[in-house]
Ligand binder design. Sequence first.
Ligand SMILES: [Fe+2]
Length: 335
Amino acid sequence: MVKLGAFQNFADLTMSLSLPDLSRTSYRKLRSLKMRYFGEVGYITRQLHRLEVHVRERARIAKRRTLMAERSVSPQAVAIARDLAENGYHITTVAALGLDESVISSCRDLYTPYDSLDLAGVIAKRQGKGKRYWIDLYEEFGQQRMPVLDFLLSDIVLDVCGTYLSEVPVLDYITLLLTPPQGGTIADECRASQDWHLDNDRAQRVKVFMLPLGADAECGPTMFLPKKFSDPSNYRAFYPGYFTDQQFKQSGLDESRIVKFTGEPGAVLFFDTSTLFHCGSRTASKPRLMLCADFGPISTYLPHRTAARTIWPESCLPEINLEIMRKFGATRPKI
Ligand SMILES: [Fe+2]
């Protein structure tokens, strides 16, 4: 087994490089070390950030924890949350959760005008934006109130997330991602979430994915490693970035343990992407449509000011997060 480290082959490298090459290589190595330990979510700085957040937001955290502790939760939600704690994921269906299946047809309705959109069409629509290998249909339709919200704000979904996180969950974002065939082939950008990683802004979270059209291996399904096989020590050399399939094998992770999120229309995945190594869709011959939502705690590894700007209720979906607080019984639902 080969363990990749920051200084692996560093000595060999220095022997074969010219002075400018050596300077560049050394600079890159030092920069990556700085990011790893002292960056925004560096191994050292992230603990300080988390402590600062806990001190400054202690009243809000306490309130959210109390509301969750006082809530009566169904045995089904407890069982799913337990599965999340033990394995890091749980796969089910909208029907098995006892929820209205109109969320499936509603998402399909949003997809219908785009069902012949190819990669070139997505790229054209994404000009000037970041990732160009998918399009967010939820955003395209103006994030209107629709069965998607009824699904995500259902008791069972909120109770699973709240029980796992031990506090009223914050809903960070909702997307309905359409990845066209071959969407994973845009080379440079695929070095982002299409490579293996952990989501490093928090110690834990619950992502909720749903497949309105279903998905099979040809759709480029989301892949992840269950908790038992997602040893974070394998990540040290790459933290907080990404690693390729080849590096996955070299770092000792077990390829045979990869789970692919495939299933019939209405398949649902709860998983903790801060704990499980995962990656997004790859080259595929068929489109993939996936509803995605991200629920997290207030606690974060990010600096307080960054979190306030990016991942807290007041900065993302404030109205919806107020509604969640009300659902958990907050009489004065300050978010
Ligand atoms: Fe991720």
